[in-house]
Design a protein around this ligand. Structure first.
Ligand code: MLC
Ligand code: AMP
Length: 497
């Protein structure tokens, strides 16, 4: 048996002198060096006790070493589990207890806290400057490693995604979930080793880690690797890049900068947007300014990428295009029956991209993954007569802010536990920068008053910064329908940021 993902994406680059990860305009890591460094890291992981199928939790700043750690975890037969660096101690504690990793990797500055959170687990450090306990002595390790065999259905990654119940679920992604999607995307988007990808996304989510890095690895493209989205750095890189992948906020921020011109992006061949809806007006404004039609695609943590606008042919603003080769999309009604062409229905997905289920949550898995293999996304869609899918709404109560998912229930649970709070409702409202911004409406207990600073302080303690409500409103009662359900649509109309 071979190692399905490693053998396709990484092993073929042994001896490849082409630049892989480039920082600050210099060739920092060639493909050949990456393969050797990965082998050394795989030895280090094995030395640290990593066994086949063991999870490696990583909460660390974006760095080349983190990409090496990802590849090494795969080579050593482990399961990569990256965490958003914004997660608080409470959030990390939940993930660590749920995933029971063999190894936790964090930034040096977080070591003491991580050791407190995970007293039982082994904690090592990895800093963005390449130092840390995990890289200590790495140079002395052999540059060859006997790759651990892993088949197509074996797990490669566990990515947590929050849910309507407020409890995060670990999406189990197999080697073939990742590889099949990579192959489909490189082919469809015509990615080649001549490409130079501008990489400003975080690498703890599907978009920056799998869509961007796996496709580059598969063909041997060069990645201009940036710590995050800094407008000046991205503007500087655009003349030397050929592709960029981003969330809609990247494009609205670029458009608000006069330095974005057709000349600046004359060498670019593809701009991809996803993770959140790209407004048709953003699409149009980008075309008008640059001549480029942003290619919008639709994906999820559980399914990788599902649909894409065409590379060749018209890209339709406001739509997410057609199913990827090998991926089936169907729209269903409340009974699970397919709706007639043109009607709105629940988007369901089947294909080699669809995950293996939620980690240790068979009931949740059964609720969302049908016996016939279709995954119920929670997104509502409509297909036009040309076969273009539009996402017209969400059945799940979800806010997407700057490409990050936030489930209102998670914030409401925190607010409702605060003394003096009777109940709360959290909604997303339009925001020019992040797409949606969070507003919390709080109802005090009879005779009690709520202090906004106190609310903010509890929320800051418990939840990542991107989940913090931008604005708090106090109401004596929440609007409800005759069934007693809170009418969030009324709150959305009533408040803005
Ligand atoms: C940062 N902040 C956010 C935020 N990002 N608040 C709400 N939503 C966000 N997304 C906070 C910061 O902590 C800061 O708080 C304040 O907002 C302003 O920060 P900023 O400097 O303007 O933000 P920046 O660091 O530039 O980040 C914005 C961003 C980033 C859009 C570039 O959030 C980002 O890279 N998002 C990409 C997310 C992503 O990769 N999603 C893919 C998921 S995979 P303060 O208090 O310090 O002022 C997926 C599947 C698929 O969905 O289909 O791809
Ligand atoms: P996540 O759980 O972070 O993987 O986010 C997945 C969700 O992001 C999907 O279920 C959609 O609701 C949303 N999403 C991803 N891509 C798009 C897109 N192009 N347009 C609209 N929503 C999107």
């Amino acid at each position: 048996m071979t190692n399905h993902l490693f053998d396709h994406l990484i092993a073929p680059h042994a001896g490849n002198p082409a630049p892989f990860l480039v920082q600050d305009g210099q060739s920092d890591v060639t493909y050949a060096a990456f393969v050797e460094r990965t082998a050394q890291m795989a030895h280090r992981l094995r030395q640290s006790g990593l066994g086949v199928g063991d999870r490696v939790v990583v909460q660390a700043a974006k760095s080349i070493e983190m990409v090496i750690l990802y590849a090494a975890t795969i080579q050593a037969g482990g399961v990569f589990l990256p965490l958003n660096t914004a997660y608080t101690r409470d959030e990390v504690s939940y993930f660590v207890n749920d995933a029971t990793p063999a190894l936790i990797v964090c930034d040096g500055a977080d070591l003491a806290q991580m050791r407190e959170i995970a007293a039982e687990a082994q904690v090592l450090t990895l800093n963005a400057d390449g130092s840390g306990t995990l890289t200590d002595g790495l140079d002395d390790m052999p540059v060859q490693f006997d790759t651990v065999p892993r088949g197509p259905d074996d797990l490669a990654a566990l990515l947590y995604t929050s849910g309507t119940t407020g409890r995060s679920k670990g999406a189990m992604l197999s080697h073939d979930n990742l590889l099949s999607n990579t192959l489909a995307l490189t082919d469809l988007w015509q990615i080649t080793k001549q490409d130079r990808l501008i990489h400003a996304l975080p690498i703890f989510h599907t978009h920056g880690l799998f869509v961007a890095l796996n496709t580059s690895l598969q063909v041997g493209a060069t990645v201009h690797f940036m710590p995050g989205f800094n407008i000046d750095a991205v503007i500087d890189a655009l003349p030397i890049g050929t592709m960029m992948m981003g969330v809609p906020t990247f494009y609205t921020r670029l458009l608000s900068d006069d330095r974005l011109t057709a000349d600046l992006v004359a060498g670019m061949r593809l701009f991809v947007s996803g993770s959140a809806p790209l407004l048709a007006e953003t699409h149009a404004a980008f075309t008008e300014r640059t001549g480029h039609h942003i290619l919008e695609r639709y994906g999820m943590t559980e399914t990788n990428m599902n649909t894409s606008n065409p590379y060749e042919g018209a890209r339709l603003p406001g739509t997410v295009g057609h199913p990827l080769p090998g991926v089936e999309v169907r729209l269903t009604d409340a009974n699970g029956a397919e709706v007639p062409q043109g009607d709105v229905g629940m988007i369901e997905i089947r294909g080699p991209n669809v995950f293996q289920g939620y980690w240790q949550m068979p009931e949740k898995t059964a609720e969302e993954l049908r016996d016939n293999g279709f995954f119920i996304t929670g997104d509502l869609g409509q297909v036009d007569d040309q076969g273009f899918l539009s996402i017209v709404g969400r059945q799940k109560d979800l806010i997407i802010t700057g490409g990050y998912n936030v489930y209102p229930k998670e914030i409401e649970d925190v607010l409702n536990d605060i003394p003096g709070v009777d109940e709360s409702a959290v909604v997303g409202v339009p925001d020019a920068d992040f797409g949606e911004a969070i507003i919390a409406v709080v109802v005090p207990e009879m005779g009690a008053s709520v202090d906004e600073d106190a609310l903010r302080s509890v929320v800051a303690d418990k939840l990542a910064r991107f989940k913090h409500p931008r604005r708090y409103e106090v109401m004596q009662d929440l609007p409800r329908n005759t069934m007693g359900k809170v009418q969030k649509n009324i709150l959305r109309q009533q408040f803005d940021v």
